[in-house]
Design a protein around this ligand. Structure first.
Ligand code: ZN
Length: 312
């Protein structure tokens, strides 16, 4: 362990959710075979991931890349001590989850009022109030539900989002019984000091919430934002193998911080992830080959720092 971090307020361990199979692949023009996705998911589990977002239960017309999510859940079954989750948009999503054996779903609302109003003519809080029946159906069927708030750090529609708006969305989630909430910087507009202060404020105001952070590396600030969040005690982050991904609303959007860059930084700082980076790098190389183009991953490009040290 390098000693430079010894005086910093950093966690001993971090949990990473691998979102490449959902957030990454949904932005790829090529549609992978279900069998390839299954093999990738199994390799991610062997590499040590305890949380994996496998896909989404959206309309197959709107997101054809995710049309086989049900099949993927059925093929994998339940894996001991691993949470396999899916993104959903409505009640239909829970029905599909029940049918294929998915035990964890994630809802999403936009922190941008203009975006939410333009899309479905509801404020984010009204959207969440409508989630109550989804949460009820899920809990009757022993399915856990988490929530996410996209673009809390800045939106292409109104720029800065006031913290009061984010807090009122968190309250709306708590009102329907959701206590696990993700802040998702899909627009890649977050900056580290903003992340630091928002994470502190939200944890103080809502200590009962398990917070997740989800950063896109569109402007190269993803890992700096993760580092800022960690210093406030946040220990749950999403990342994407090979840095796969994008965002349909943001021109030039990059994927999430690459999982191997994230694990490499944490390994070098002595922060436990339980993920084997050598195995992870192998899976990341494989997905890069399957999508057929280069991706944003420093570790795939340069290797680990450790690999650079010459052995006599
Ligand atoms: Zn995302």
């Amino acid at each position: 362990m390098k000693s430079e971090g010894i005086f910093m307020n950093l966690p001993k361990s971090v949990t990473i959710c691998e979102v490449g199979l959902r957030d990454g692949l949904q932005n790829e023009p090529a549609i992978l075979k279900t069998e390839d996705k299954r093999k990738l998911a199994e390799k991610l589990i062997v590499a040590g991931f305890k949380v994996i977002e496998l896909g989404s239960f959206m309309s197959p017309k709107a997101v054809p890349q995710m049309a086989d999510t049900d099949k993927l859940f059925s093929l994998l079954g339940s894996v001991k001590e691993v949470e396999l989750r899916a993104l959903i948009a409505n009640k239909k999503g829970v029905e599909r989850a029940i049918f294929c054996g998915c035990r964890k779903v994630k809802l999403n609302v936009s922190a941008s009022r203009k975006h939410n109003l333009a899309n479905i003519n509801m404020t984010p809080e009204e959207s969440i109030a409508g989630f109550a029946e989804i949460v009820e159906l899920a809990s009757q069927n022993n399915i856990q539900v988490s929530g996410s708030i996209s673009m809390p750090f800045g939106s292409p529609w109104e720029g800065n989002i006031p913290i009061e708006s984010i807090q009122s969305i968190a309250e709306a989630y708590l009102n329907v019984g959701i206590t696990e909430i993700s802040l998702s910087d899909a627009s890649g507009m977050a900056v580290p000091n903003q992340v630091y202060s928002m994470c502190l404020t939200m944890q103080q105001k809502f200590p009962q919430v398990k917070w997740w952070l989800h950063f896109h590396n569109t402007r190269g600030m993803g890992i700096a934002n993760i580092f800022a969040a960690m210093q406030t005690g946040i220990t749950h982050f999403d990342s994407s193998f090979a840095g796969l991904g994008g965002c349909p609303f943001v021109p030039g959007a990059a994927g999430n911080v690459s999982s191997e860059d994230m694990v490499h930084m944490l390994d070098e700082m002595g922060i436990e992830t339980e993920i084997d980076i050598v195995k992870l790098v192998e899976v990341a190389k494989e997905i890069r080959q399957l999508v057929g183009h280069d991706t944003d991953s420093y570790i795939l490009r340069a290797g680990r720092s450790k690999d650079l040290i010459r052995k006599e």
